[in-house]
Ligand binder design. Structure first.
Ligand SMILES: [Mg+2]
Length: 465
């Protein structure tokens, strides 16, 4: 007899990152990285852990929405839920009253992300596999059944998805072996937060080069002169062979993995991120004026829902060799569908917690592969790096079949709160999560919950006292 879901508990967990300037950009000036965290219980030992991410106030509202959705799972047989995760996702997103406060956007949708992520975690734990391995061991039919397919069949049909997955199925094992050996390519953002001084930016950039990274991202959009100055500081370090780790040769900036990315003489790539601050014409002018620091792409140049605005920016920047990336605030698969259909993006930045969990992520991975756009997930915050390595592994092994031009965001914050934290190897690449007990890698230490739960955790009590 398979277990049934018997209960759930949410935790509003907030880390006081606003005190250090971590995570500051042109839009988000005082982030307290937060997790709206949920545990799903069964009548057996089996438990699922899930979360979605916020930056502080409002995290309690998300927790309330999670409770409303998790309630719909009470009494359900887990094997019936696991047998068709796409159907389960449709069930969870189809409560007509809760749907009204979306649909499929805002608080209710990111709350669904936490619940769907928790169910996938439970599914992976029940099979003694990390989440990515659970998915890449599925048949193409099982993966398509696990995908949120509603409203995207004008961009990709189930049959097309099946054909794509089948084409890649025979060579999955080769790619799995390769990525286990090499790790998955990553880039760093931690050096380029707006709240950091020039000295701190230079020091962190040198450290990142030493750690083996060769893609770097900087926040822009608050002050053009300062952006240009910081961009030149970063470029002067990443383009200078003297800072490379001992024994490392510069990479060929025109090689197949770097071509078209505006790589400098050592093969290093710079990306810039405006976090939505500009009007469309302003974005075009501002980014043109930063052309001399040679970014690969501008990320989130304008409002995340403005699909045609992104398309216009991409068209205008094309002659300058600068691309457009977005997705961390693209609130559902239909936004990604239209970004792809409108030729609006060069890089697809899914977010593991803004999309409503693994099932909706699968739909975007499939569409991006069909349109030939690389997926470079958004991460950072708290827990996002733990999540996205699984998604990029699924993309590489089972869906797109390529990782050579992809880079997965890495930010070195708050990993110590997780039982199975992500990690980076000496070549600046993500290690493959390989503990059969870790599920989707998001279980948090009980001591961290006790300290940072808001408002009654020991940290927040001490602040008030
Ligand atoms: Mg960003």
């Amino acid at each position: 007899m398979s277990p049934k879901i018997t209960g759930y508990k949410t935790h509003d967990i907030r880390f006081p990152t606003s005190l250090s300037g971590d995570g500051t950009d042109a839009m988000n000036t005082d982030c307290d990285y937060s997790s709206a965290y949920v545990k799903l219980y069964t009548d057996s030992e089996l438990t699922g852990y899930g979360m979605t991410f916020t930056i502080g106030r409002g995290n309690d509202i998300v927790c309330m929405a999670i409770q409303e959705l998790a309630k719909r799972l009470l009494g359900k047989d887990v094997e019936e839920l696991f047998a068709n995760m796409g159907k389960t996702w449709n069930y969870l997103s189809s409560d007509s009253q809760l749907r009204w406060i979306g649909p499929e956007k805002g608080v209710i949708h990111i709350a669904l992300g936490a619940v769907d992520n928790a169910l996938w975690d439970m599914f992976a734990r029940s099979r003694n596999k990390p989440l990515w391995k659970l998915v890449v061991d599925m048949t193409p039919e099982e993966i398509v059944n696990a995908t949120a397919f509603r409203y995207i069949t004008d961009a990709i049909t189930r049959d097309e998805a099946l054909a794509m997955l089948r084409e890649k199925a025979a060579t999955r094992a080769e790619r799995e072996a390769k990525v286990r050996e090499l790790g998955y390519p990553a880039y760093v953002t931690s050096a380029g937060w707006l709240g950091y001084s020039d000295e701190k930016v230079a020091r962190l950039t040198k450290e990142a080069v030493q750690a083996g990274f060769n893609h770097f991202k900087m926040k822009v959009g608050a002050d053009r002169d300062s952006d240009l100055r910081r961009g030149k500081i970063i470029r002067s370090i990443i383009d200078d062979p003297q800072y490379l780790p001992p024994g490392t040769k510069p990479r060929d900036p025109n090689g197949p993995d770097l071509k078209g990315k505006n790589a400098g003489p050592t093969g290093s790539v710079l990306m810039i991120d405006a976090n939505q601050v500009w009007e469309v014409p302003q974005a075009i002018d501002y980014v043109k004026s930063l052309a001399e620091i040679k970014p690969w792409f501008i990320e989130e140049p304008t409002a995340p829902d403005d699909i045609l605005g992104h398309a216009a920016i991409r068209k205008a920047l094309k002659p300058f060799g600068i691309g457009v990336a977005t997705g961390e605030h693209a609130h559902n698969r239909m936004v990604f569908k239209q970004l792809l259909q409108a030729d609006a993006i060069d890089v697809c930045q899914i977010d593991s917690c803004r999309l409503a969990g693994v099932s909706e992520v699968l739909s975007v991975l499939l569409m991006a592969a069909k349109f030939g756009v690389p997926v470079c997930p958004h991460a950072g915050g708290v827990g996002l790096c733990e999540y996205v390595i699984h998604l990029s592994l699924i993309d590489y092994i089972a869906v797109s079949g390529t990782m050579e031009r992809n880079v997965l965001e890495f930010v070195d914050h708050l990993h110590e709160h997780f039982l199975y934290p992500c990690s980076i190897n000496k070549n600046g690449r993500y290690n493959v999560p390989s503990n059969p007990k870790e599920g989707y890698s998001i279980e948090m230490h009980e001591a961290s919950i006790a300290e940072y739960e808001c408002p009654h955790g020991s940290y927040w009590k001490s602040v008030r006292a």
